[in-house]
Design a protein around this ligand. Structure first.
Ligand code: GCO
Ligand code: MG
Length: 456
């Protein structure tokens, strides 16, 4: 077996090098490859990954996972975001037990190869845990490269196409008036893009400040004992009325957005998007779950409401067809969920050719490092659409010095080398994950009246 493999290797080496000369030398194959090994760094000292740390912190009361890649150059390290808040400890294990030993001693300059080799290192690949772990390392390596080059990462990606990224603000409320008031406050601060969500009376709500479906009692909830009830029909009837109200109160200039959060059937998504056409949305987000990707073709044929999709996507098999078939207007993947900046920059470049703009997912469960990585790409991408705004609380800004700044509805990059965001580890340790339950029991609990669980 060994002989056969060697013969095959010899044959391919011979073919690559022109054949006869190599084969006649009869030297061991390994030494041949060694001779061809190029010097990897010109002018810069050779670097090695010496350690990879996982930092868990929750200054905004949301579990954040940060990866710190350390090098043999004193003081040179990078930070990346690996936040999969619902399964944070699983990501920590993937980093500590698997990626850290796999990458020990590697050259941090080899970002693309580290991504590709980590990707296949588990044989079975993809998935939110492994990709978030890879993202933590990947972003940290870009941060290191920026620091080494003494440049902000957006410079490494091609330089600025714009001075800052437009942000959207989240306005939500229990009724239309509350949403309006919240939107007005944001507009007064200079926001030109507002995402609006309203609670549906008597139903559990998503992102609307009402009952978020987080019943905390110890009672066992299941199909025969449903609690946090959601019915899509009532929601689909309410949303057009919200937009009618807001357009009449706020006027036409402000850009309005909305997140369906995938909780409707394909036919409901189609009629909702058609009804909303007249209110000229900036975009409607996640009208369908990833399991129903093929329905975008029907949706697209029937309405002109701009479609944003994708925070739940993991792999290229999910988002490439939607982009390549021009079925969406905004790609909304979560950077750490697809493996980090290396993958996201390919998605951005591909999307440009199909008229699809970027609107990376940027909620509170994306750390300031994750937001800064998205921002670096946005500044350098021609087809940038919008940055999801998250108002970082004071504690988060203190734990992450250099956290990107919001002014006048824009997010500005920190102009320091790398992503320009650091972490105060001592302070981070003062905000441990919330005690008690190791994850939130929010997801997988909301049900239809008849007990059927809802896909959020
Ligand atoms: C958004 C999202 C989030 C997600 C959350 C899940 O558009 O910002 O839908 O709010 O629900 O990130 O953890
Ligand atoms: Mg969303």
């Amino acid at each position: 077996m060994k002989d056969r493999r060697e013969v095959l290797l010899w044959m391919s080496a011979g073919a690559m090098a022109g054949g006869a000369d190599l084969l006649s030398e009869r030297s061991p194959l390994s030494s041949l490859w060694a001779q061809q090994k190029p010097a990897s760094t010109r002018g810069l000292p050779a670097l090695k990954i010496t350690d990879i740390k996982t930092i868990l912190t929750a200054p905004n009361k949301i579990r954040l996972v940060i990866v710190k890649v350390l090098t043999n150059e004193p003081g040179l390290y990078g930070l990346g975001c690996a936040t999969f808040t619902q399964r944070a400890y699983a990501v920590q294990t993937a980093i500590e037990r698997y990626l850290k030993p796999f990458l020990a001693g590697r050259d941090p300059d080899e970002i693309e190869d580290i991504w590709q080799s980590s990707y296949v290192s588990s044989y079975w690949r993809n998935g939110p845990v492994l990709f978030n772990a890879m993202s933590g390392v990947d972003m940290a390596l870009w941060d290191i490269k920026g620091k080494r080059a003494n440049m902000p990462v957006y410079q490494l990606l091609g330089g600025k196409c714009r001075f800052a990224a437009d942000l959207y603000f989240h306005a939500s409320g229990r009724d239309f008036k509350e949403v309006e008031d919240s939107a007005r406050k944001a507009m007064d601060k200079g926001y030109r893009h507002i995402r609006v969500q309203v609670a549906v009376p008597d139903l559990a709500a998503y992102g609307a400040g009402g009952d978020e479906g987080a019943s905390q009692d110890e009672e066992v909830i299941g199909p025969t004992n449903p609690r946090d009830i959601w019915e899509p029909a009532a929601y689909v009837r309410l949303v057009p009325r919200l937009f009618e109200y807001l357009r009449s109160k706020l006027g036409d200039d402000v850009e309005l957005l909305h997140d369906v959060h995938e909780r409707v059937s394909p036919h409901q998504a189609i009629s909702l998007c058609k009804e909303l056409e007249r209110y000229r949305l900036f975009f409607l987000e996640d009208p369908l779950p990833p399991e129903e990707n093929d329905h975008f073709r029907l949706l697209r044929q029937q309405c002109s409401t701009p479609l944003a999709m994708g925070e739940l996507f993991n792999t290229q098999h999910e988002y490439v067809p939607l982009i390549a078939n021009r079925l969406i207007d905004y790609i909304r993947i979560h950077l750490s969920q697809i493996g980090g900046l290396s993958m996201a920059r390919k998605v951005a470049a591909m999307a440009e050719f199909f008229g699809v703009k970027t609107a990376w997912h940027g909620p509170g469960d994306c750390s300031p490092v994750g937001h800064a990585a998205g921002l670096a790409l946005e500044l350098a991408s021609y087809n940038f659409g919008i940055h999801e705004g998250y108002v970082f609380p004071k504690e988060t800004r203190e734990v992450f010095p250099g956290c990107p700044e919001t002014k006048n509805g824009y997010l500005y990059a920190n102009e320091s080398p790398g992503f320009g965001v650091d972490i105060d580890e001592k302070l981070a340790a003062k905000f441990p994950f919330p005690s008690g339950r190791t994850f939130d029991y929010y997801w997988g609990k909301m049900r239809r009246r008849n007990g059927t669980v809802i896909r959020p």
